[in-house]
Design a protein around this ligand. Structure first.
Ligand code: PLP
Length: 391
């Protein structure tokens, strides 16, 4: 990369599907001196991080760590460790990330049963129950917050049904963790992974993950080796555990960042943080609808931290997003897969989730849509959002 580009990067308002804005304290933590990854002081940082990750996942699971890699590495770690060739996994597919899980599971030689729902919709417990009755299944996997659609998948009922049929529940919480409730122990989630750069508001590069004892027993009972050396949990467990058995060099500065991002989350308090996201997400939804825009996730199942909104007929997706970026320094997400060119994805994740950003994006969209010939009652969005914020 040309050094002059790096030295001229702008500061952006990150309102897409991630990364989200990073607190200056986290950036400062990354500038902490690099020490050895087996240095006793660094091991303490790892231990404290583990403890905070348990609080964040709301679990007592011993096996709770951060995988060196992004959210997709968390996904891959969860799946490759639990599946052996021939195992059956049922995966809920209602967007890009459910689809990605199927791809990963297929590469493990597993038998993949897809349970599908329309984009923007959720997978129902009835669908899962019907499929589980057909054949013994080792794992049921769903995406808690489908970032490609903005749908919020309920989990508790599915956990119950999976367990009644002797299956483990594996959950993708990449976008939800730190932004809305996910209670791994109370809800009966057996394996759960996330990513650093969404509602945790850390730069990308680490994937928090947790396995309960039932899941770890299944991993230890494997007849075949985990196909991925790097993501083999039985080896990583020895590295993060008492033994400190060298496996790979932890990404030191990334772990500093995560440690500080978790400190910030704990200072705010988990419940306060969920509430902040819920309140601001609801205000954004009301504002967008007041502007005559259509929310694409099913009503009653909309995420606060990621909203997919339909692009009105005749509006040029790229013109709007380019202008947001170039003129206003705002990054907005484009549509993925079935929503490509048809939707924008507005992120309100972690540090990016603030009142100023809600009002900013509503007024910016009003200006840009009006410039493209769309009729919007002046100030309709921000008026409605501000009203919602008062209550
Ligand atoms: C972002 C995301 C991922 C992938 O994470 P990366 O950090 O991009 O590898 C997986 N699942 C969901 C639901 C996501 O939003």
């Amino acid at each position: 990369m040309n050094a002059s580009t790096l030295n001229h990067l702008p500061t952006r308002i990150l309102m897409g599907p991630g990364p989200s804005n990073v607190h200056p304290r986290v950036l400062k933590a990354m500038a902490t001196p690099v020490i050895g990854h087996l240095d006793p002081m660094f091991l303490k940082v790892m231990d404290e991080t583990r403890e905070n990750l348990r609080l964040l996942f709301r679990t007592k699971n011993h096996f709770t760590i951060a995988i060196s890699g992004t959210g997709s590495a968390g996904m891959e770690a969860a799946i490759v460790n639990i599946l052996e060739p021939g195992d059956r996994i049922m995966i809920g597919v209602a967007g890009v990330f459910g689809e990605r899980m199927c791809d990963v599971a297929g590469r493990c030689g597993a038998e993949v049963a897809r349970i599908e729902a329309a984009w923007g919709d959720i997978i129902t417990p009835e669908q899962i129950a019907a499929e589980l009755k057909k054949q013994p299944t080792k794992v049921v996997a769903v995406v808690h917050a489908e970032t490609s659609t903005g749908a919020h998948q309920p989990l508790q009922e599915i956990a119950k049904i999976a367990h009644e049929h002797g299956a483990l529940l594996l959950v993708d919480a990449v976008t939800s963790l730190g932004g809305c409730e996910i209670s791994v122990d109370d809800w009966g989630i057996d394996i759960c992974y996330s990513g650093a750069q969404k509602c945790i508001s850390c730069p990308p590069g680490l994937a928090p993950i947790t396995f309960n004892e039932r899941a770890m027993e299944a991993v230890r009972a494997r007849k075949t080796k985990v196909q991925s050396w790097y993501l083999d949990m039985t080896m990583i467990e020895r590295y993060w555990g008492e033994e400190r058995f060298y496996h790979h060099t932890a990404p030191i500065s990334m772990l500093y960042a995560l440690a500080e991002a978790l400190n910030i989350i704990m200072e705010e308090g988990l419940e306060a943080r969920w509430q902040r996201h819920a309140r601001l997400g609801a205000a954004l939804h009301k504002g967008l609808e007041a502007m005559g825009l259509k929310l694409l996730a099913k009503q009653g199942h909309r995420l606060p931290m990621l909203t997919s909104v339909g692009i009105p007929e005749g509006v040029d997706d790229l013109v709007v997003r380019r202008s947001l970026l170039a003129d206003l320094n705002i990054e907005l997400g484009g549509g993925l897969g079935a929503f490509k060119g048809k939707a924008w994805r507005v992120g309100l994740m972690g540090e990016s989730c603030c009142q100023a950003n809600v009002l900013l994006i509503l007024s910016a969209l009003e200006a840009l849509l009006c410039a493209q010939g769309i009729t919007i009652p002046p100030g309709a969005g921000i008026t409605k959002a501000a009203e919602a914020l008062k209550t």
